[in-house]
Write a protein that binds this ligand. Structure first.
Ligand SMILES: Cc1cc2nc3c(=O)[nH]c(=O)nc-3n(C[C@H](O)[C@H](O)[C@H](O)COP(=O)(O)O)c2cc1C
Length: 369
């Protein structure tokens, strides 16, 4: 009975150890500090180790004592027993081996395979049942909110590589932004209290200093390690573009903002006020403001690590940048308005992004009150 228990516990110990290692890897790779499976397997491991010790401590101490008494020399000097001599069959008798259809070992293999298949099946998520009229947002939310264990582990193999953290335009015209001064402006609490969406803009231009400060506080960084908005895993999937209509000293056109070097890279030059209004569902203020800031998301920056949860994280992160922009604008006495209603395809063509690996997620107008 005791031996059977010890045997069973040894198997559990093996399985629980592997599970603790695998879930530990998941915790490490996805920064899932609250991943309870790892905690449960950790506790199970402690229990099985204690049971193993209780069932074997007599042999353990006895053997340790035996070794201590005999000294370490016996490890080397002990002669190996001679292999048994082959059994000679009497003349005329043929040796036969009994043929067994399924040996004990193959039965154990089959049982383990079956148990493994069952566990893998339990770990996978059931396929989504799409009924007519189902809200795809809800489907996505539910699908991405319950990753199965096996999905999480399987994701290790096929989610691709991490792309560079910064996007850059080789050979593009670069527009230096004046150093963004942090002097002046409002108290944070005051900016938060005064923030509101502004849709009526004055025709007077914004200054390059103002644009520089708003971009830096929205999507930029103050040192190499830290940007001004939080990002899951510090992977920063959000890119910012500025379509400049009316900024003193900056030519009209479409620019990509480089947080790495705090400068603008020209994507195309020209007056895009009418285009932006047309593709912003005719919201006129998108042409009246001084600049429209477009936020896009590069999927792979997060996908390689967070799989299907990346889309949620990316949208949340865009919201952080949006609020930064509102507060930075309010603090400078400027106005801003978030916009979610626009034609994605038209905007993606304007920004020269493919709409698959990089997509537009949010835009905000910015200008003088
Ligand atoms: C995700 C999102 C999308 C929005 N889309 C638009 C929009 O397309 N057009 C618009 O005029 N305002 C838009 N707004 C601004 C809201 O209408 C505004 O925040 C709301 O009326 C509250 O007003 P307040 O921002 O002045 O407090 C959007 C806001 C958010 C957060």
């Amino acid at each position: 009975m005791r031996q059977d228990l010890d045997h069973l516990n040894s198997w559990i110990l093996l399985v629980v150890t592997v599970a603790t290692i695998v879930t530990g890897l998941v915790v490490h790779l996805w920064d899932l500090h609250g991943f309870t499976w790892h905690t449960y397997f950790g506790y199970a491991l402690i229990i099985t180790v204690v049971v193993h010790f209780l069932l074997n401590f007599r042999q353990l101490f006895a053997y340790t004592g035996f070794r201590m008494r005999r000294g370490l020399r016996t490890f080397r000097g002990r002669p190996r027993p001679a292999p048994p001599a082959p059994v000679r069959q009497p003349a005329g008798v043929r040796a036969t081996t009994k043929k067994v259809l399924l040996s004990r070992r193959s039965l154990v293999g089959l049982a383990l395979g079956g148990a493994g298949g069952y566990l893998i099946g339990r770990g996978l998520r059931p396929p989504v049942q799409l009924e007519r009229g189902t809200d795809l947002g809800l489907v996505y939310h539910q699908w991405s909110s319950k990753p199965g264990m096996i999905d999480a582990i399987g994701a290790l193999a096929n989610l691709g590589r991490q792309p560079p953290l910064y996007k850059s335009y080789e050979g593009a015209v670069q527009v230096a932004l004046p150093p963004a001064s942090m002097a002046g402006g409002m108290q944070t609490e005051m900016a938060m209290a005064r923030r509101q969406s502004l849709r009526a803009y004055s025709a007077s231009p914004m200054t390059a200093q103002e644009l520089s400060r708003v971009l830096l506080l929205t999507a930029g960084r103050s040192n190499r390690e830290r940007r001004h908005h939080p990002s899951s895993g510090a992977l920063y999937p959000i890119e910012a573009y500025a379509v400049v209509h009316n900024v003193a000293g900056v030519e009209r056109g479409v620019y990509h903002y480089s947080p790495e070097n705090h400068l603008l890279e020209q994507v195309r030059a020209g007056d895009f006020r009418t285009y932006v209004v047309e593709h912003g569902l005719n919201q006129q203020f998108l042409g009246d403001c001084a600049v429209v800031i477009y936020l896009t998301m590069i999927f792979q920056r997060m996908r390689f690590k967070y799989g299907e949860r990346s889309y949620r994280y990316g949208l949340i992160e865009a919201g952080h940048l949006g609020q930064n922009l509102y507060l930075a604008a309010t603090s400078l006495g400027l106005g801003a308005c978030a916009v979610g209603a626009y034609d994605d395809q038209g905007i993606e063509e304007l920004l020269a992004i493919d709409g698959r690996e990089e997509v537009s997620v949010y835009l905000l107008s910015l200008g003088r009150v």
